[in-house]
Design a protein around this ligand. Structure first.
Ligand code: ADP
Length: 383
């Protein structure tokens, strides 16, 4: 039944109040009669009149007094019962009304409407923090729906961004290949290299998506082996050289010779460095530089030995507002972008997941306008 809780509460409140009033009326009535009888007996020659009963001793004024007391008790009892019933109705309505609003809102959410919010009980301010349990429940419900709403919004944006990110390189590849077939575009190694770059971009995006879905389903597997990190990073830098040359960016690597080996999954660390390098090249303008470093340094305060990879650029940098969020899933900075536009906001999220799966740490330092440096620290073998 829709209003069963309301009815139960009303009956409970009103029933308790009525019981209290009834009990008080009976006890007061009895006590008054008994004490009044004793008083009368005391006033007459004691004892022998008992058998004739109290009524016989009472004159008109005494009977009027008892009558008035009983009447007063009735009036007080009925008024108290009426007042408690009204209070019970008001109170139970106050308790059940917000619960009814919550259940209506929950039904909307169940049908996919995430725009619904529940007004805070007893105030017009929807987001005020409630002091009582129903208020706390309302706030929790609202923040739960807000989180769901934000998640849905992010997923919607991600779909649109991914479609955009994928369609750009595909369109470039398609038009260039058509041009080559028609003999309009030269089949030179430079043109083929630029097509390969677009294909690499696409495969990196698909790989990142697969990694994120593995992380989300808890199926991310690592195959770690004792490896020289410098060799892995050098290979990634070498693969990025054509893109750096095309953008006239000076790309260099410096690997310290005394760097200890680390227990890493080569494929995954290649993905990590590839993402950092691709960002550095993307967010640095022509004639800039990107420096990659590998060395035996740990983050301040880390116990044992570590291997640190750094990727520094003198590009546009990251604003203080963006910096704490760049590793969040689907987060894209507010800085202006190059011809690629959008960006998917998953590259650094994947970096963070992979580094943490290696029990390492990743962080960024940046001065807007002066470039950024990303650091990845991995525990060294025997560290
Ligand atoms: P995407 O680059 O696809 O937007 P990422 O997760 O790789 O997604 O990066 C998140 C955000 O971090 C970017 O949108 C950008 O604002 C910022 N960012 C990452 N690397 C750099 C960099 N080297 N220089 C400036 N900004 C960067």
């Amino acid at each position: 039944m829709r209003s069963s809780l309301w009815l139960k509460l009303t009956f409970a409140f009103a029933g308790t109040a009525m019981f209290g009033v009834l009990l008080a009326a009976i006890l007061i009535g009895r006590a008054t009669s008994i004490e009044f009888g004793r008083y009368l007996e005391h006033g007459n020659s004691m004892g022998h009149m008992m058998a004739s009963g109290m009524a016989a001793m009472m004159g008109v004024p005494e009977q009027a007094f008892l009558h008035a007391v009983r009447n007063a008790l009735w009036v007080a009892g009925i008024s108290a019962v009426a007042a408690s019933a009204i209070m019970a109705i008001i109170l139970s309505r106050q308790i059940t009304a917000p619960l009814r609003r919550l259940s209506t809102a929950a039904r909307h959410v169940a049908h996919g409407d995430l725009s619904v919010r529940v007004a805070h009980p007893g105030t017009n301010d929807k987001y005020k923090h409630g002091a009582d349990e129903v208020g706390v429940l309302t706030n929790t419900f609202n923040s739960m729906v807000e989180t769901l709403d934000r998640g849905q919004e992010m997923r919607r944006n991600l779909m649109a961004d991914l479609a955009h990110e994928m369609s750009t390189p595909l369109a470039i590849m398609q038009s260039n290949l058509e041009g080559m077939l028609d003999g309009v575009v030269e089949t030179s190694s430079a043109n083929i290299a630029s097509l390969q770059e677009e294909a690499l971009l696409l495969s990196r995006l698909v790989k990142d998506l697969r990694t994120l879905s593995q992380v989300e389903s808890g199926r991310l597997e690592l195959h770690p082996e004792e490896t020289d990190v410098g060799t892995v990073v050098s290979a990634v830098v070498k693969a990025a050289e054509p893109e750096a040359r095309r953008k006239h960016i000076n790309l260099s690597i410096e690997a310290a010779p005394n760097t200890p080996p680390a227990l890493i999954d080569t494929d995954r660390i290649t993905q990590v460095v590839g993402n950092l390098l691709s960002n550095a090249l993307r967010y640095t303008s022509e004639d800039g530089w990107v420096k990659v470093g590998v060395g035996p340094y740990g983050q301040e305060g880390t116990a044992g030995k570590a291997v640190t990879i750094s990727v520094a650029d003198n590009g546009q940098g990251i604003g203080g507002k963006d910096l704490p969020h760049i590793f969040d899933r689907y987060y894209r900075g507010s800085q202006p972008r190059d011809r690629r536009g959008g960006g998917s906001g998953i590259g650094l999220a994947v970096v963070k997941e992979l580094v943490e799966a290696h029990k390492g740490t990743v962080w960024a330092e940046s001065t807007p306008g002066n470039g950024s440096t990303f650091f990845v620290t991995l525990p060294a073998v025997g560290g």
